[in-house]
Design a protein around this ligand. Structure first.
Ligand code: FAD
Length: 504
């Protein structure tokens, strides 16, 4: 009596990877997206000829054979692909006292750091050397083969024993925070701040809060696979996943807000939409955050009270201020695409407004802006609390955007004179367009203090994917969460058959 085998709530990268992979496995899948544009945090939007990324712009391994990026692995399985532009340095980091280019190539990275601190560069090399064996062990086990239940164990033993053995000497590093590795290898305060900053950009937390495998993977992958920008912007990744979903018979419904997950006798049976339509399926996968899933989509009595309470107590990273600009490009021929600006060394890098991220993707893909213009996205952390759409809202927006303008002035001194389009986004904008609890970046689960939960929930047939599940925040991580969930819903034999037919 079910219309579908699987309903996915949300078309973030977590929802789209789970949905498209399940469609590839032959399931009847519908993805219900509340927004009129797919992609969640990774959606693109167009205004007056400028194509803006709403969120991510740092990517590794989107193209190229044997990529370890789970997005690429899913696209390979779906028979889809992307065009991308490779670049290095991956960005320029601007500190109050100096600016340096950061390279994905480790020897160039170390050369760059040694110009600021020769001893620090030696220590950074020790840090990288401690991290890379973990990456070497992890890279032999493709995410696309993984699942989250006990059936994982025989798969690992049968197919990936050499990589498991390589993992053994790294077991201590696997479980530790980046901070522990940094404490053992780096004393130089400049390099310690650099490592904290790299971690913060990745996980929203500094080195002691970030798990070592995450940074090991980033360091290894960005050198091996290279840093790339997708032609067409982040929306091109979403477009490829949606094409893959539809190619294998899945359906994407936009402007389709799910109001409630329907639960009968402790089992998910479907969803009720905002327009009261009911869609039925024995499997429901929520790509909404943990807080939104357990408060807005389920009734309190659908879940065991203590489980619900613990889940809702998960701490959240702050939200963001965003500045999306269209600017005149004349005279900016040597402009590079990624910049991180730290305003004040005396303030912690995590203090809202102190660290600003800048992306100018039209330097890699000119089609994102009208001729002789660039498209700019700058953002910084900003707490959700205190924001209200009242009479002071517009003025507060302008004041709060100044930290982003000051950051941009480090890169393009006369930026204000160049503006042809200005869009300022606040935590309310972020929460509204991304349908995310308090516009959060995601859970602030510190390494060694807690773990992201898996795809399963106490409700039979209800699963979760996305950045409030394992392995965490970031495009590769949420794609991995979608893979883990989809594979767990089919037999290991089906997964192996699919990998064999797809030659992966
Ligand atoms: C500013 C910013 C910059 C970033 N930069 C990078 C980067 O450079 N590199 C990187 O790897 N990562 C980056 N990230 C992180 C990365 O973008 C996210 O972790 C990831 O995209 C989140 O994906 P997700 O699948 O968890 O869910 P989301 O993207 O949050 O998608 C969830 C979807 O569910 C929908 N939804 C929610 N509730 C409902 C409902 N009731 N009914 C229907 N639909 C619903 C939402 O509309 C949304 O589309 C960045 C994030 C931000 C915000």
């Amino acid at each position: 009596m079910f219309n579908f085998d699987v309903i996915v709530i949300g078309s973030g990268i977590g929802g789209l990877t789970a949905g498209s992979l399940l469609a590839r496995y032959g399931k009847r899948v519908v993805v219900c997206e509340s927004h009129t544009i797919a992609g969640g945090a990774a959606h693109s939007f167009r205004r007056h000829g400028f194509e803006f990324d709403s969120g991510p712009s740092f990517y590794c391994g989107l193209t190229g054979a044997n990529s370890l990026n789970p997005v690429k692995q899913v696209l390979d399985i779906l028979g889809e692909s992307l065009d991308a532009v490779r670049y290095d340095p991956l960005g320029h980091y601007h500190f109050p006292e100096n600016s340096i280019p950061i390279y994905s190539d480790h020897s160039l990275y170390l050369q760059s750091v040694s110009k600021v601190t020769p001893q620090g560069a030696i220590e950074l090399k020790h840090f990288i050397d401690r991290m890379l064996p973990l990456y070497e062990a992890m890279k032999g086990i493709p995410t696309i083969a993984l699942r989250t239940d006990w059936q994982m164990i025989p798969i690992l033993l049968k197919n990936y024993l050499p990589s498991l053995l390589k993992m053994l000497p790294n077991l201590l590093t696997v479980q530790s925070s980046v901070g522990n590795v940094m404490d053992a290898t780096v004393k130089d305060p400049w390099v310690r701040r650099l490592i904290d900053l790299e971690c913060f950009l990745l996980s929203g937390l500094k080195a002691h809060g970030t798990i070592a495998p995450e940074v090991a993977f980033m360091l290894g992958e960005r050198e091996r696979a290279g840093v790339e920008y997708p032609v067409g912007g982040s929306g091109a990744i979403i477009g490829a996943l949606v094409r893959g979903l539809e190619r294998w018979g899945g359906t994407l419904r936009l402007g389709c807000h799910v109001e409630q997950i329907l639960v009968e006798s402790g089992k998910a049976v479907g969803v009720k939409l905002k327009n009261n339509e009911i869609i039925q399926a024995p499997i429901v996968i929520s790509n909404a955050t943990v807080w939104d899933t357990y408060t807005k989509l389920l009734s309190a009595d659908d879940l065991p009270a203590s489980y619900r309470q613990t889940a809702l107590q998960t701490p959240a990273v702050e939200s963001f201020m965003h500045l999306h600009l269209g600017i005149k490009a004349s005279g900016l021929e040597n402009l590079t695409g990624h910049h991180v600006v730290l305003h004040d060394s005396k303030l912690d890098i995590t203090v809202p407004g102190n660290t600003c991220m800048i992306s100018i993707p039209s330097v890699w893909d000119a089609s994102l802006a009208p001729i002789e213009h660039h498209v700019v996205h700058a953002y910084t952390l900003e707490p959700y609390a205190g924001w209200e759409r009242n009479e002071g809202y517009e003025a507060k927006k302008v004041v709060k955007a100044q930290t982003l303008y000051r950051a941009l002035e480090r890169v393009i001194p006369n930026i204000r004179e160049r503006i042809v389009l200005e869009l300022i986004g606040t935590p309310l904008t972020h929460a509204h367009y991304l349908r995310r609890y308090q516009g959060t970046y995601g859970p602030a689960i510190e390494a060694t203090k807690g773990m992201f939960s898996g795809a399963n929930t106490p409700i039979k047939g209800l699963y979760r994917v996305g950045d409030s599940t394992m392995p965490g925040i970031g495009v590769p991580a949420v794609a991995a969460s979608g893979i883990l969930c989809a594979n767990t819903l089919v037999t290991p034999q089906k997964t192996m058959e699919l990998l064999t037919t797809s030659k992966i």
